[in-house]
Design a protein around this ligand. Structure first.
Ligand SMILES: Cc1ncc(COP(=O)(O)O)c(C=O)c1O
Length: 420
C-alpha cells in the first residue's frame, strides 16, 4: 500500500536505492532539451519507459507478431500465450483473485466508460452515483453521459480546503437509490492519496458496489484490490511504465458474468446467427475485435519489471522527493502550493502570484524541465480551490533526483523573476 511517510534525503543512502542505475534503464531520460539535461517531472501525465518494456515490444514485433485467439499456427499461439500471460501478470500485480477478472481496455477512461455503459444499463432515472470533488474528468464525464441518457443523479463527496476527501459526509450522501460509489485512488491534480479502503468499507456496509480509478495508484506502490475491497479497479498502462493505449479493468468475479457486453464484434461471441447470439465467457465477452496485443504484452513487461524493484525503497525515495520539493518550492515568496493533504503521492501543484501557469511552464521547458500546466482534466476541484485557470504541476517518480528538485526550484524562481 502507499507510503507517504516523510523521509529526508540523507536516508536515501540507508535505503540503498541506486537512482542512477534506475535512470540508466530509461533511454528517454538521457537527453538534452533546449540545451539542458531533461528534467522530466510530468510523470502523472505519463511515465517514461524502461528498456525492459521497449525491448519486449520490439521483440514481439520482430519475432512473435500475429493475431491472437484465432490462428492454429505457431505465431498466433505464441502471441496468444504472451497476451494471456500479461493478463495473469496484471492479476498478480493487483492481487486479483482470478485471471478472468481482468479485462484489457485502452486505459482508465475506457474502463470507466465500460462500467458506466454496461453497469449503467441496469440503472433508472433517479438512481444515484456518488463520486468525489477530486475526480479526473474520466470519472465525471461518463456519469454525465448516463445522466443525460437516463436521468441518473450525480452526488459529490466534498473535499476540504487542503484537498482531502471529507469522509465524514459520505454516510449522509448514501440513500436507498445509491447504486455505485466511484472515486480515484490518488488525485492527479493534487496528489492526495484517498482512503479508498475506508470508502469501500462504508459502501459494503450499505451493499453498494465501488469503482476505484487507479490511474495514479499503481505507479506509486503495490495495489491490492482484495485488501481495498473494491468491485472495480481501473488502471492505465502508460502511467505505470507500460505502453499507451492499454490498460485494464479489474472486476470482482460476479460482475463480469452478469454485466452486458460493452462493444460487439469478433472474439467476444460463442455463436452468432442472424436471429440469435451467445457471448463468450468473460473476459473475452468484453474484448471485441483485435486488441492492443503488443500493448498488453508491454504492460505485462512493465509490471514484471516493477515487481522486481524494492517497493519500500521506491516509496521512501518518492516521499523524500515530495518533502524536498514541498520545502524548496514552498520557500519561494509568492508561490502557493495547492493541495496539502496529509497523505500525498509525489505531486506538487502550485501557482505563482499574478503569473499564468502556462507562462511558467513555457519558461521551465526552455530550461529543460517538463511539467504539466493547466487544469489537469480536473476542472471542478481547481475551481473549488480558487485556481480555475490552472496550476503548474510537478509530478515526480522514483527515477527523479534531489538535484532535479533543486533545478526545478531554481528554474521556477528564475521564471518568476522574468515574468514579474
Ligand atoms: C486520476 C486519473 N484518472 C483517469 C485518468 C485518465 O487516464 P487515461 O487518459 O490513461 O485513460 C487520468 C489521466 O491523467 C488520471 O490521472
Amino acid at each position: 500500500m502507499m507510503n507517504s511517510a516523510v523521509i529526508t534525503p540523507s536516508s536515501q543512502a540507508k535505503i540503498g536505492l541506486d537512482v542512477e542505475a534506475l535512470r540508466a534503464q530509461f533511454p528517454a531520460l538521457q537527453q538534452n532539451i533546449n540545451g539542458k539535461p531533461l528534467v522530466y517531472l510530468d510523470n502523472a501525465a505519463t511515465t517514461q519507459k524502461p528498456l525492459a518494456v521497449i525491448e519486449t515490444v520490439d521483440q514481439f514485433y520482430r519475432h512473435d507478431n500475429a493475431n491472437i485467439h484465432r490462428g492454429v499456427h505457431t505465431l498466433s499461439g505464441r502471441a496468444t500465450d504472451l497476451y494471456e500471460a500479461a493478463r495473469e501478470r496484471v492479476r498478480l500485480s493487483l492481487n486479483g483473485g482470478h485471471t478472468d477478472e481482468i479485462v484489457f481496455v485502452r486505459g482508465v477512461t475506457e474502463a470507466i466508460n465500460l462500467v458506466a455503459s454496461s453497469f449503467g444499463q441496469s440503472l433508472k432515472a433517479g438512481d444515484e452515483i456518488v463520486i468525489s470533488a477530486l475526480e479526473h474528468h474520466a470519472n465525471i464525464v461518463p456519469w454525465h453521459l448516463l445522466r443525460e441518457r437516463i436521468g441518473i443523479v450525480i452526488k459529490v463527496i466534498p473535499v476540504t480546503p487542503i484537498g482531502e476527501i471529507d469522509l465524514s459526509t459520505l454516510p449522509g450522501l448514501i440513500t436507498a437509490r445509491t447504486r455505485l460509489i466511484a472515486v480515484n485512488h490518488v488525485s492527479n491534480a493534487l496528489g492526495t492519496i484517498n482512503p479508498v479502503q475506508e470508502i469501500c468499507r462504508i459502501a459494503r456496509e450499505h451493499d453498494i458496489p465501488t469503482l476505484i480509478d487507479g490511474a495514479q495508484g499503481l505507479p506509486h506502490g503495490p495495489v491490492d484490490v482484495q485488501a481495498i475491497g473494491c468491485d472495480f479497479y481501473a488502471l492505465s498502462g502508460h502511467k505505470a511504465f507500460g505502453p499507451s493505449g492499454i490498460g485494464a479493468l479489474y472486476a470482482r468475479r460476479p460482475w463480469l458474468g452478469k454485466l452486458p457486453p460493452y462493444h460487439g464484434g469478433g472474439d467476444m461471441i460463442e455463436t452468432v446467427s442472424f436471429e440469435t447470439i451467445t457471448y463468450a465467457p468473460p473476459p473475452a465477452k468484453f474484448e471485441a475485435g483485435t486488441p492492443n496485443i503488443e500493448g498488453a504484452i508491454g504492460l505485462g513487461a512493465a509490471l514484471t519489471w516493477l515487481a522486481e524493484l524494492d517497493h519500500a525503497a521506491l516509496a521512501a525515495h518518492e516521499a523524500a522527493l515530495l518533502a524536498a520539493a514541498t520545502e524548496s518550492l514552498g520557500a519561494i515568496p509568492g508561490l502557493k502550493i495547492i493541495g496539502q493533504a496529509r497523505h500525498k503521492a509525489p505531486v506538487v501543484s502550485f501557482v505563482l502570484d499574478g503569473i499564468h501557469p502556462h507562462d511558467v511552464g513555457t519558461l521551465l521547458d526552455a530550461q529543460g524541465i517538463a511539467v504539466r500546466t493547466g487544469q489537469h482534466c480536473a476542472m471542478p476541484i481547481l475551481q473549488q480551490l480558487g485556481v480555475a485557470s490552472g496550476t503548474v504541476r510537478a509530478s515526480f517518480c522514483f527515477y527523479n533526483t534531489f538535484d532535479e528538485v533543486e533545478a526545478l526550484a531554481r528554474a521556477v524562481h528564475r521564471a518568476q523573476t522574468m515574468l514579474s
